[in-house]
Design a protein around this ligand. Structure first.
Ligand SMILES: [Zn+2]
Length: 290
Protein backbone atom coordinates (compact mmCIF):
# COMPACT_ATOMS: atom_id res chain seq x y z
CA UNK A 1 0.00 0.00 0.00
CA UNK A 2 1.38 3.41 -0.90
CA UNK A 3 1.75 5.55 2.22
CA UNK A 4 2.63 9.18 2.73
CA UNK A 5 6.17 9.06 1.22
CA UNK A 6 5.09 7.25 -1.97
CA UNK A 7 2.00 9.43 -2.32
CA UNK A 8 4.20 12.51 -1.86
CA UNK A 9 6.52 11.12 -4.57
CA UNK A 10 3.52 10.77 -6.91
CA UNK A 11 2.33 14.27 -6.02
CA UNK A 12 5.76 15.80 -6.75
CA UNK A 13 5.97 13.92 -10.03
CA UNK A 14 2.46 14.90 -11.14
CA UNK A 15 3.01 18.52 -10.14
CA UNK A 16 6.04 18.67 -12.42
CA UNK A 17 4.38 16.89 -15.33
CA UNK A 18 0.76 17.97 -15.32
CA UNK A 19 0.46 21.49 -13.91
CA UNK A 20 -0.88 23.80 -16.60
CA UNK A 21 -2.03 20.94 -18.86
CA UNK A 22 -5.65 20.43 -19.78
CA UNK A 23 -7.50 17.20 -19.08
CA UNK A 24 -8.76 16.09 -22.49
CA UNK A 25 -10.50 12.84 -21.54
CA UNK A 26 -11.33 10.77 -18.47
CA UNK A 27 -12.36 7.16 -19.05
CA UNK A 28 -13.81 5.18 -16.15
CA UNK A 29 -13.20 1.45 -16.49
CA UNK A 30 -14.16 0.46 -12.96
CA UNK A 31 -17.49 1.99 -12.07
CA UNK A 32 -17.22 0.75 -8.49
CA UNK A 33 -14.07 2.89 -8.02
CA UNK A 34 -15.97 6.10 -8.76
CA UNK A 35 -17.63 7.19 -5.51
CA UNK A 36 -19.32 10.41 -6.64
CA UNK A 37 -21.72 11.44 -9.43
CA UNK A 38 -22.09 15.21 -8.97
CA UNK A 39 -20.15 16.90 -10.49
CA UNK A 40 -20.03 14.28 -13.28
CA UNK A 41 -16.65 12.92 -14.42
CA UNK A 42 -16.97 14.65 -17.79
CA UNK A 43 -16.87 17.99 -15.97
CA UNK A 44 -13.10 17.38 -15.80
CA UNK A 45 -12.78 17.36 -19.59
CA UNK A 46 -11.37 20.66 -20.77
CA UNK A 47 -10.32 21.64 -17.22
CA UNK A 48 -6.75 22.85 -16.67
CA UNK A 49 -4.71 21.35 -13.83
CA UNK A 50 -3.68 24.01 -11.33
CA UNK A 51 -1.67 21.81 -9.00
CA UNK A 52 -1.52 18.50 -7.15
CA UNK A 53 -1.39 18.12 -3.38
CA UNK A 54 -1.37 15.33 -0.82
CA UNK A 55 -3.94 14.94 1.93
CA UNK A 56 -2.88 12.01 4.12
CA UNK A 57 -2.71 9.15 1.64
CA UNK A 58 -5.10 10.87 -0.79
CA UNK A 59 -3.97 12.69 -3.96
CA UNK A 60 -5.85 15.83 -4.87
CA UNK A 61 -5.65 17.16 -8.43
CA UNK A 62 -7.00 20.71 -8.52
CA UNK A 63 -8.56 21.31 -11.92
CA UNK A 64 -10.96 24.09 -11.01
CA UNK A 65 -11.17 27.80 -11.47
CA UNK A 66 -12.11 30.48 -8.95
CA UNK A 67 -15.78 30.42 -9.99
CA UNK A 68 -15.97 26.68 -10.65
CA UNK A 69 -13.90 24.67 -8.14
CA UNK A 70 -13.24 21.09 -9.24
CA UNK A 71 -11.00 18.39 -7.77
CA UNK A 72 -10.13 14.86 -8.83
CA UNK A 73 -9.29 13.11 -5.55
CA UNK A 74 -8.19 9.49 -5.27
CA UNK A 75 -6.96 6.93 -2.75
CA UNK A 76 -4.89 4.05 -4.06
CA UNK A 77 -5.84 1.68 -1.18
CA UNK A 78 -3.93 -1.56 -0.75
CA UNK A 79 -3.23 -2.65 -4.32
CA UNK A 80 -3.74 0.51 -6.36
CA UNK A 81 -1.09 2.37 -8.31
CA UNK A 82 -0.57 5.13 -10.86
CA UNK A 83 0.97 4.28 -14.23
CA UNK A 84 2.35 7.24 -16.13
CA UNK A 85 2.68 7.50 -19.93
CA UNK A 86 4.67 10.20 -21.73
CA UNK A 87 2.54 9.12 -24.72
CA UNK A 88 -0.78 7.69 -23.61
CA UNK A 89 -1.77 4.56 -25.63
CA UNK A 90 -4.76 5.09 -27.92
CA UNK A 91 -6.15 1.62 -27.17
CA UNK A 92 -9.61 1.54 -25.67
CA UNK A 93 -9.92 0.17 -22.17
CA UNK A 94 -12.68 -2.34 -21.62
CA UNK A 95 -14.44 -2.32 -18.26
CA UNK A 96 -14.04 -5.55 -16.31
CA UNK A 97 -11.19 -6.89 -18.44
CA UNK A 98 -8.34 -4.82 -17.11
CA UNK A 99 -6.65 -3.77 -13.88
CA UNK A 100 -7.17 -0.19 -15.06
CA UNK A 101 -9.79 1.65 -13.02
CA UNK A 102 -9.48 5.09 -14.59
CA UNK A 103 -7.55 6.66 -17.47
CA UNK A 104 -6.79 10.37 -17.69
CA UNK A 105 -5.57 11.89 -20.98
CA UNK A 106 -3.75 15.23 -21.01
CA UNK A 107 -3.42 17.92 -23.65
CA UNK A 108 0.25 17.21 -24.54
CA UNK A 109 -0.47 13.54 -25.32
CA UNK A 110 0.69 12.26 -21.92
CA UNK A 111 -1.57 10.78 -19.29
CA UNK A 112 -1.97 8.21 -16.57
CA UNK A 113 -3.94 5.18 -15.50
CA UNK A 114 -5.05 4.36 -12.01
CA UNK A 115 -4.70 0.59 -11.71
CA UNK A 116 -5.66 -1.94 -9.08
CA UNK A 117 -4.33 -5.47 -8.80
CA UNK A 118 -6.23 -8.39 -7.30
CA UNK A 119 -9.90 -9.12 -6.88
CA UNK A 120 -10.60 -7.07 -3.76
CA UNK A 121 -11.31 -3.62 -5.17
CA UNK A 122 -10.95 -0.68 -2.83
CA UNK A 123 -9.35 2.03 -4.96
CA UNK A 124 -11.54 5.11 -4.61
CA UNK A 125 -11.98 8.07 -6.96
CA UNK A 126 -13.96 11.22 -6.22
CA UNK A 127 -14.87 14.23 -8.36
CA UNK A 128 -15.78 17.02 -5.96
CA UNK A 129 -15.97 20.79 -5.68
CA UNK A 130 -14.23 20.73 -2.30
CA UNK A 131 -11.83 17.96 -1.13
CA UNK A 132 -13.52 18.12 2.29
CA UNK A 133 -16.56 16.49 0.62
CA UNK A 134 -14.53 13.26 0.59
CA UNK A 135 -15.34 11.56 3.93
CA UNK A 136 -11.83 10.10 4.31
CA UNK A 137 -10.28 13.53 3.76
CA UNK A 138 -12.68 15.30 6.14
CA UNK A 139 -11.75 12.86 8.94
CA UNK A 140 -7.98 13.19 8.57
CA UNK A 141 -5.92 14.07 11.63
CA UNK A 142 -2.91 16.38 11.39
CA UNK A 143 -0.07 15.64 8.96
CA UNK A 144 3.07 14.61 10.87
CA UNK A 145 5.32 16.57 8.49
CA UNK A 146 3.28 19.74 8.80
CA UNK A 147 5.50 22.43 10.45
CA UNK A 148 2.76 22.94 13.06
CA UNK A 149 2.94 19.29 14.16
CA UNK A 150 5.01 19.69 17.33
CA UNK A 151 6.06 17.31 20.09
CA UNK A 152 3.32 18.84 22.26
CA UNK A 153 0.62 18.24 19.67
CA UNK A 154 1.85 14.65 19.21
CA UNK A 155 1.81 14.07 22.99
CA UNK A 156 -1.73 15.44 23.18
CA UNK A 157 -2.91 12.90 20.59
CA UNK A 158 -1.58 10.01 22.68
CA UNK A 159 -2.82 11.16 26.08
CA UNK A 160 -5.40 8.80 27.52
CA UNK A 161 -5.39 6.47 24.49
CA UNK A 162 -5.55 2.97 25.94
CA UNK A 163 -4.78 1.52 22.54
CA UNK A 164 -1.71 -0.21 21.13
CA UNK A 165 0.66 2.38 19.70
CA UNK A 166 0.86 0.57 16.34
CA UNK A 167 -2.88 1.11 15.88
CA UNK A 168 -2.71 4.75 16.99
CA UNK A 169 0.01 5.55 14.44
CA UNK A 170 -2.06 3.97 11.66
CA UNK A 171 -5.32 5.66 12.61
CA UNK A 172 -5.85 8.29 9.89
CA UNK A 173 -8.19 10.32 12.11
CA UNK A 174 -5.38 10.67 14.67
CA UNK A 175 -2.37 11.22 12.35
CA UNK A 176 -2.64 11.34 8.57
CA UNK A 177 -0.55 9.34 6.13
CA UNK A 178 1.06 6.48 8.09
CA UNK A 179 0.12 2.87 7.30
CA UNK A 180 1.31 -0.61 8.16
CA UNK A 181 4.78 -0.33 6.65
CA UNK A 182 5.91 3.02 8.06
CA UNK A 183 4.38 2.33 11.48
CA UNK A 184 6.63 -0.78 11.64
CA UNK A 185 9.62 1.33 10.62
CA UNK A 186 8.85 4.16 13.05
CA UNK A 187 8.42 1.76 15.99
CA UNK A 188 11.68 0.01 15.10
CA UNK A 189 13.49 3.36 14.93
CA UNK A 190 11.97 4.31 18.31
CA UNK A 191 12.91 0.85 19.77
CA UNK A 192 9.33 0.43 20.92
CA UNK A 193 6.99 -2.57 21.02
CA UNK A 194 4.03 -2.28 18.63
CA UNK A 195 1.86 -3.51 21.50
CA UNK A 196 2.84 -0.73 23.93
CA UNK A 197 -0.24 1.17 25.11
CA UNK A 198 -0.17 4.80 23.99
CA UNK A 199 -1.48 6.06 27.34
CA UNK A 200 1.35 4.30 29.23
CA UNK A 201 4.25 5.90 27.34
CA UNK A 202 6.57 8.07 29.42
CA UNK A 203 7.38 11.61 28.38
CA UNK A 204 10.75 10.35 27.17
CA UNK A 205 9.12 7.54 25.12
CA UNK A 206 6.80 10.05 23.49
CA UNK A 207 9.74 12.31 22.58
CA UNK A 208 11.64 9.31 21.10
CA UNK A 209 8.61 8.27 19.12
CA UNK A 210 8.02 11.81 17.86
CA UNK A 211 11.62 12.06 16.63
CA UNK A 212 11.46 8.59 15.06
CA UNK A 213 8.24 9.54 13.25
CA UNK A 214 9.70 12.78 11.87
CA UNK A 215 13.01 11.22 10.84
CA UNK A 216 11.57 8.07 9.28
CA UNK A 217 9.01 9.99 7.22
CA UNK A 218 11.35 12.86 6.26
CA UNK A 219 13.98 10.38 5.02
CA UNK A 220 11.40 8.34 3.11
CA UNK A 221 9.88 11.44 1.48
CA UNK A 222 13.36 12.62 0.44
CA UNK A 223 14.01 9.17 -1.05
CA UNK A 224 10.68 9.15 -2.95
CA UNK A 225 10.77 12.69 -4.22
CA UNK A 226 12.04 13.07 -7.76
CA UNK A 227 11.47 9.40 -8.64
CA UNK A 228 9.10 8.39 -11.43
CA UNK A 229 6.03 6.39 -10.32
CA UNK A 230 7.49 3.14 -11.71
CA UNK A 231 10.47 3.35 -9.30
CA UNK A 232 8.65 4.34 -6.12
CA UNK A 233 7.62 0.87 -4.94
CA UNK A 234 11.16 -0.50 -5.18
CA UNK A 235 12.53 2.57 -3.43
CA UNK A 236 10.06 1.95 -0.59
CA UNK A 237 11.02 -1.72 -0.30
CA UNK A 238 14.74 -0.89 -0.25
CA UNK A 239 14.30 1.66 2.54
CA UNK A 240 12.62 -0.81 4.93
CA UNK A 241 14.58 -2.09 7.95
CA UNK A 242 11.99 -4.47 9.38
CA UNK A 243 8.76 -4.19 7.40
CA UNK A 244 8.45 -7.04 4.87
CA UNK A 245 11.82 -8.43 6.03
CA UNK A 246 10.70 -11.33 8.23
CA UNK A 247 13.52 -13.85 8.72
CA UNK A 248 16.19 -11.38 7.63
CA UNK A 249 18.78 -9.70 9.83
CA UNK A 250 18.01 -6.49 11.71
CA UNK A 251 20.46 -3.92 10.30
CA UNK A 252 20.80 -2.33 13.75
CA UNK A 253 21.50 -5.28 16.07
CA UNK A 254 21.80 -8.42 13.92
CA UNK A 255 18.83 -10.24 15.49
CA UNK A 256 16.29 -11.92 13.19
CA UNK A 257 13.29 -9.81 12.18
CA UNK A 258 10.01 -11.49 13.17
CA UNK A 259 6.38 -11.23 12.09
CA UNK A 260 3.04 -11.32 13.81
CA UNK A 261 0.22 -12.32 11.47
CA UNK A 262 -3.31 -10.95 11.51
CA UNK A 263 -6.36 -11.74 9.37
CA UNK A 264 -5.29 -9.77 6.32
CA UNK A 265 -1.81 -8.45 7.07
CA UNK A 266 1.21 -8.81 9.31
CA UNK A 267 3.55 -6.62 11.27
CA UNK A 268 7.30 -6.98 11.51
CA UNK A 269 9.60 -6.05 14.39
CA UNK A 270 12.99 -6.82 15.88
CA UNK A 271 12.79 -8.54 19.30
CA UNK A 272 16.19 -7.26 20.50
CA UNK A 273 15.53 -3.66 19.45
CA UNK A 274 11.88 -3.48 20.43
CA UNK A 275 10.62 -6.07 22.91
CA UNK A 276 13.54 -6.77 25.23
CA UNK A 277 14.46 -9.86 23.18
CA UNK A 278 11.08 -11.49 23.80
CA UNK A 279 9.14 -12.65 20.72
CA UNK A 280 5.56 -11.39 20.55
CA UNK A 281 2.87 -14.06 20.49
CA UNK A 282 2.08 -15.09 16.96
CA UNK A 283 -1.69 -15.30 17.02
CA UNK A 284 -1.93 -17.45 13.90
CA UNK A 285 0.52 -20.00 15.26
CA UNK A 286 -1.00 -20.16 18.73
CA UNK A 287 -4.42 -20.78 17.19
CA UNK A 288 -3.02 -23.71 15.21
CA UNK A 289 -1.47 -25.21 18.34
CA UNK A 290 -4.71 -25.25 20.34
ZN1 LIG B 1 17.38 -5.05 16.00
Amino acid sequence: MPEMPEVQGLVDFLNGRTTGLEITRVAVASFSALKTYDPPVHALQGAAIRGVTRRGKFLDIDAGTGEAPLHLVFHLAKAGWLRWYDALPATLIRPGKTPIALRVALSDGSGFDLTEAGTKKSLAVYVVRDPAEVPGVARLGPDPLDPGFTLDSFAALLTGRRTQIKGVLRDQATIAGIGNAYSDEILHAARMSPYALAANLSEEDVAHLYRATQETLTDAVAEASGKPPADLKDAKRRGMRVHGRSGQTCPVCGDTVRSVFFADNSLEYCPTCQTGGKPLADRRLSRLLK
